[in-house]
Write a protein that binds this ligand. Structure first.
Ligand SMILES: [Cu+2]
Length: 128
């Protein structure tokens, strides 16, 4: 009986916190730090989205889908290199913590055409 009551109190506390976050802080937080979920498909020999634009400190979650042969999504400056095979998409995320323009490309060398698979991640600084 006693533990049940305690449990309910804990639930109420959690509910309160969640409600408070939803009402006030969340909008501000979302502005300070955005989140992007992007699906990129890679197909001989291009990325479906050759330009990704985010603000600094945003979290970028990418799902890479290889449509025909294996491809990778590589950004040297962010030490990101993920490979997807057909039917086996890969999802990963990173924080875009440096402003600038960073090229991304497919680093697989099985097919020459992959060398031409390029795009850019543009990370814009936040306004003060
Ligand atoms: Cu490729």
């Amino acid at each position: 009986m006693r533990s049940r009551k305690l449990l309910c109190r804990a639930c109420a506390a959690v509910a309160l916190v969640v409600a408070a976050a939803a009402c006030s802080g969340d909008a501000a937080l979302a502005q300070e730090q955005g989140r992007h979920e992007i699906v990129i498909s890679a197909k001989r020999y291009a990325f479906s989205q050759p330009r990704i634009e985010v603000a600094v400190n945003d979290v970028v979650k990418i799902t890479l889908v290889a449509e025909d042969i294996p491809h990778s999504f590589t950004i040297d400056e962010y030490r990101v290199s993920k490979r997807a095979a057909p039917g086996r998409p890969v999802t990963f995320e990173f924080r875009a913590d440096r402003a600038g323009t960073f090229p991304f490309y497919c680093n697989l060398t099985i097919e020459d055409g992959c060398r031409g698979m390029r795009g850019e991640l543009v990370v814009t600084p936040r306004l003060p």
